[in-house]
Design a protein. Structure first.
Length: 569
């Protein structure tokens, strides 16, 4: 008795099916192709009908279909055999090339020039030059090898052909290997493009440090699909990418421009300590450590030290690391960040905001006037435009009204500061004077306004002990001469204030915050020995860079970012 195979034209499946009643085929043609015509076939239209023998016309049509499938099978087998032969031939050809390549030895001309940085190559066109660097990109085309070389100062397209492209080192070259290349620098042909508008026609080269291939190849360890946690672990390799390196080069240019601008405004740079025994922004965010048996902290701010410099050095600034033990994982927070801070004497609150505005605008103007830094901004943030002056100035009280007018609310909290929820949903309430405007609401307001905003006049209970009072309203709220500069897309990038210059008022500030004034004797002396009206500010360099370079998070704007749980590499 011949085996019976089943075909269900609706529910059957040809490839995974086996022709049983529980796993029928979908077509008669496939059943005939698979088992031949010496078997019994039963067919049905769908699972709701009974199986029956196929008609003669259906069998005739199916046989033609089976013949077509047989032809396809033979064609596929022939193609696979041909591809296998080609792969074998290509492998044998490459093995032969590699064996022959081991016999090729390039000879160095002792009169060859010394290595030149890529950034300095433009004036050397048509001359022989030598460069060192890393293989940033690598492409082979017939008997020509194209290398994009990176040395940290720029990128250079290099062309290897002829004997120099047939060496063992050339045939086994890998990405991120370090090489030394020598040849003639030529302008790229018309209609072609290359970094700098020129390329190196190599006549001698050597590998200085080979990078691994196969499973440990650079692109296997790191690529555009890598998980963020892997990118953080491999930050040392991420830095080699064009975007990451451009951000850091723009950062260097930004710091240099800041220094030029501040110096032009007659500020002197100083370097305060990072290990301190006093607090500035509240004890809850201090990193504490043992300092030879004494309690000490990593600084939250250099402000207090800068104030002591005013009588000796005049207006001063510093570019220093600050540390905040704040368990915050937002895209604009870091546990360690670069803090640009300044203090100015004999000014008023209006002078302070005008100064901050001038420093930022003039620094941006310097960056845009420099072709190199302007190119980085164009690359990273093509739509960037310098901010218009003057910046909008919005009082804290007016901001509360603005938020309520635009129906931007905040989370309700109980007396202990816990978020109130009803039926699993967070209760949202309007803002009122005395509320600390949350980061999300603040950023939403800034993004809607769309321009830089000075938010000023915060309640004293929300600010540090050293801030000068501005006024008291009819409800008893005491406001301070303090300001935050908010930028669209980022939020707060600068915080500043006028400082208390009256000795009695300063002691009242210590008392209000429960601070023992004894360790602050050196700070208190500034009001004792010739006080004056003065103010200052702190700017988060990573935040300003995120705004300038259009980065989603400040983590992209730090060499090795630190945030809660991350202190490697």
């Amino acid at each position: 008795m011949s085996t019976v195979y089943y075909v269900d034209e609706t529910a059957g499946v040809d490839a995974p099916g086996n022709g049983s009643e529980s796993a029928p085929y979908q077509s008669l043609a496939f059943a005939l192709f698979t088992h031949g015509d010496a078997v019994k076939l039963l067919i049905r239209k769908d699972p709701n009908t009974l199986y029956d023998e196929p008609t003669q016309s259906a069998l005739k049509k199916a046989k033609k279909g089976a013949e077509g499938l047989e032809k396809k099978k033979k064609k596929a087998e022939e193609l696979a055999e041909r591809e296998a032969k080609e792969k074998t031939a290509e492998r044998e050809r490459r093995e032969k090339l590699i064996e022959e390549s081991k016999k090729i030895q390039l000879k160095e001309d002792v009169s060859l020039p010394k290595a030149t940085k890529i950034v300095h190559l433009a004036p050397l066109r048509s001359k022989r030059v030598r460069v060192n660097g890393w293989v940033h990109r690598l492409r082979s085309q017939k008997d020509i090898i194209f290398i994009v070389l990176r040395d940290g100062t720029g990128y250079l397209q290099c062309v290897l052909s002829g004997l120099v492209a047939r060496t063992y080192e050339a045939l086994t070259l890998t990405l991120e290997s370090t090489v030394q290349l020598t040849g003639t620098l030529q302008e790229v042909p018309e209609g072609k493009t290359a970094p700098g508008g020129h390329e190196l026609i190599v006549d001698y080269w050597r590998v200085l440090g080979a990078a691994p291939g196969a499973d440990d190849a650079f692109t296997n360890r790191l690529n555009e699909k890598s998980d963020p946690s892997i990118l953080a672990d491999l930050r040392h390799l991420v830095l080699r990418g064009e975007t990451a390196s451009s951000v850091l080069k723009l950062r260097a240019a930004l710091l240099a421009a800041f220094r030029e601008t501040l110096t032009a405004h007659s500020l002197t740079e100083v370097t305060p300590p990072c290990m301190v025994q006093t607090q500035v922004e509240g004890g809850a965010t201090l990193f504490k450590f043992d300092y030879y048996g004494q309690p000490a902290f990593l600084t939250q701010s250099s402000q207090l030290y800068l104030e002591t410099c005013l009588p000796a050095l005049g207006d001063v600034f510093c570019v220093q690391e600050s540390f905040r033990a704040e368990n915050s994982h937002t895209r604009r927070h870091l546990s360690e960040y670069t803090h640009l801070e300044a203090e100015l004497a004999f000014i008023n609150f209006d002078d302070l905001m005008t100064h901050i505005e001038a420093i930022i605008c003039e620094t941006v103007d310097r960056l845009l006037a420099n072709p190199t830094s302007a190119a980085y901004i164009k690359q990273l943030n093509p739509s960037f435009k310098a901010p218009a002056r003057p910046f909008l100035r919005l009082s804290y009280v007016d901001a509360i009204k603005w938020l309520n007018d635009h129906n931007i609310m905040h989370e309700a909290e109980d007396a202990e500061g816990n978020v109130i929820k009803e039926q699993g949903l967070t209760v949202m309430v309007p803002h009122k004077v005395g509320d600390d405007i949350a980061e999300a609401a603040e950023r939403q307001m800034t993004d809607i306004i769309g321009t830089p905003v000075f938010l000023y006049g915060f309640p004293a209970e929300l600010k540090a002990f050293y801030m000068k009072k501005m006024r008291v309203d009819g409800e008893g709220h005491v406001f301070t001469e303090s300001c935050d500069l908010l930028m669209p897309g980022v939020g707060e990038i600068v915080g500043g204030s006028m400082r208390i210059d009256d000795l009695d008022e300063l002691f009242a500030g210590y008392k209000r915050e429960g601070i023992d004034p004894t360790p602050y004797y050196w700070y208190t002396d500034q009001r004792k020995y010739g006080t004056c009206a003065h103010g200052g500010y702190g700017l988060g360099v990573e935040r300003l860079l995120a705004w300038l370079a259009n980065r989603y998070t400040v983590r992209e704007c730090s060499l090795y970012p630190r945030w809660p749980g991350r202190a490697t590499p």
